[in-house]
Design a binder for this molecule. Structure first.
Ligand code: TXA
Ligand code: MG
Length: 331
């Protein structure tokens, strides 16, 4: 395929036309970059799966420009969904709802439900409003790699595999949206994100169940994304709690090319290939994926990442850190 066309913010019309003509286009959102395609076009959706190398049993999130378009992709929308969208749309929240029959079957990987999100990033918002049709968009990275939070990282994975990219950054949050399943008697959290447990519970008025990830790849799971390999850089990721624990770890390991990211200074006299001190959990979350990618570019062998407490976005950050250091299971 020819090189991916690089578009700027004043070329939104071109991006919208490509999408309407069943092309696939990467665009920034406030979480991570998405790789968009018309959710009613089986051809566009197949191309997204191919470009990403994504397992076909992992459904895509459908993106809208406004809640008024919800009837184009979901049916029997429960009252609770309206409450959530009133409070958090546009924003980093995906709701799993009963799907509309017009969606291409592979968008939902054969499930009867669809994940729906209304992004807040001005470019994503303007693009989706212009297209005025549901756009399926998984994170714009090769399957299994850290999600792309800069347009350069997206092209590193997807150049020549996708039609175009909107080359504007601004993925302020840096981790993917909170995914909440509203298709059961009680809401279930399928993926932690920037909308925290406490905020979700305020809307529901009671506890929200957390659906835990599984290592059992054989049977059905609440969210297929839970069982697939995710967010893994080439380097080995090692987690630790305190600078003391880090010192002990370093003593027990052979010296190698190593990088550090965390909230506290690492201490000691280690020659770090890169050392990134983060001023807050939010800043750490926003930098993580690009940091993992950068370490790979520099040929780092081990990345030490400090754990954080799981309040607020800390829960999402811990989830991604945990997955980044898991041994690779078969897919
Ligand atoms: O922030 C985000 O959500 C980004 C941006 C681009 O919007 N998108 C994103 O998409 O992270 P993706 O495809 O990388 O992750 C979607 C997750 C997967 O874990 C998938 O299994 C789950 O959402 N999901 C999608 N539809 C679902 C459904 N109908 N039922 C359960 N889980 C679903
Ligand atoms: Mg993804």
């Amino acid at each position: 395929m020819s090189a991916t066309v690089r578009l700027t913010a004043d070329q939104l019309e071109q991006a919208a036309l490509l999408l309407l003509n069943e092309g696939i286009v990467a665009f920034p959102t406030e979480t991570v970059f998405g790789l968009g395609g018309l959710a009613t076009s089986e051809q566009a959706i197949q191309r997204i799966f191919q470009a990403k190398g994504r397992p076909s049993d992992n459904p895509l999130i459908v993106h809208l420009g406004s809640v008024e378009q919800l009837s184009q992709c979901a049916v029997d929308v429960p009252d609770l969904a309206w409450k959530f969208f009133d409070r958090f749309a546009p924003g980093p929240l995906t709701l799993v709802l009963p799907k509309h029959p017009s969606l291409a079957p592979s968008v939902t990987a054969g499930l009867s439900t669809v994940g729906v999100r209304i992004p807040q990033h001005p470019i994503a918002h303007a693009l989706l409003q212009r297209v005025a049709k549901p756009i399926a968009a998984p994170s714009a990275n090769r399957s299994g790699s850290p999600s792309g939070t800069t347009w350069r990282s997206v092209l590193e994975d997807l150049d020549h595999r996708i039609d175009a990219i909107l080359c504007e950054d601004g993925c302020q949050i840096g981790l993917e949206s909170t995914v909440l399943d509203l298709c059961h008697a009680n809401p279930r959290l399928l993926r932690a994100g920037a909308i925290s447990m406490a905020e979700l519970q305020e809307v529901v008025g009671s506890k929200v169940r957390i659906e835990h990830r599984t290592n059992d790849l054989s049977g059905p799971v609440a969210s297929p994304g839970m069982k697939h390999r995710h967010y893994r850089p080439r380097a080995t990721v090692v987690l630790f709690d305190s600078p003391n624990e880090l010192s002990a770890l370093l003593k027990s390991m052979e010296p190698t090319s190593q990088a550090y990211i965390g909230l506290e200074a690492p201490g000691g006299c280690v020659a770090w290939a890169d050392c990134s001190l983060q001023p807050s959990v939010e800043a750490y979350a926003a930098s993580l994926f690009e940091y993992l990618r950068q370490a790979d570019r520099h040929g780092v062998e081990v990345i030490f990442c400090q754990r954080v407490s799981s309040d607020g976005i800390g829960m999402a950050l811990m989830d991604r850190l945990q997955r980044a250091c898991e041994p690779i299971s078969k897919e």
